[in-house]
Design a protein around this ligand. Sequence first.
Ligand code: URA
Length: 262
Amino acid sequence: MDDALREEARDVLRAARHLLGELADEADGFGPRPAGAGEAAPAPAPEARSAAEAPPAAASAAPLQTDLLGATPGFAEATTLEEVRSELGECTRCRLHEGRTRIVFGVGNPDADLMFVGEGPGEQEDLQGIPFVGRAGELLTRMIERGLGIARDDVYIANVVKCRPPGNRTPLADEVSACRPFLDGQIAAVRPRVIVALGKPAASLLLGRDIAITRVRGTWHDYRGTPVMPTFHPAFVLRQYTEQNRRLVWEDLKAALERSRT
Ligand code: URA
């Protein structure tokens, strides 16, 4: 098989696995699939999360089991982003460092009222060292700037894991666990008034349990005293680009912005 064919086969497999994951979520009893979900699934965007790559043998735990989380010591409440970044260093705490080009720490206003937490860097983020700069990032930026009417630089954006998972697969529990103190440090440093959790992995981490994003999106939660609004990941919205999904995310973001201003 030549390289192009192999890559195409991998894309099809990724899309199928992702679709299966979403179907499993929906079978979890939270109502009908979003409008348009019956359409043929396009190949995922490069930064779309996927469980396509088989995890290394030593890491076969289900992704994001939250019972493994929280074992690493945290940062003081008065920490700064510089301290957190410096402690992270050239991190080798989990296997994700092996495949990364750059650590993708976070970007934005260190005093932001609104903080966005995604899943982990995709290809473009890994190359540039900046979160949400690929296709999903462009959509997120449009939602923030054109939708909410605020500059992207005015919010803070980070991810659950700071290194790109191979093939954009979902980060595994031990990877999330290794990286969690740094996200906690970023939250402690920025002290946002509201956190928007983008997609299932971020929402599962912040809500402390394995959630179905379609069930919890649009509802308020709390992470150590900070209100959390879970919503769909922009990569999901790109794949299921329906008016309904765009409207739901828009409502969630508006509610988050309003609450961050009260
Ligand atoms: N880019 C990011 O930085 N995070 C994601 O979760 C997806 C794309």
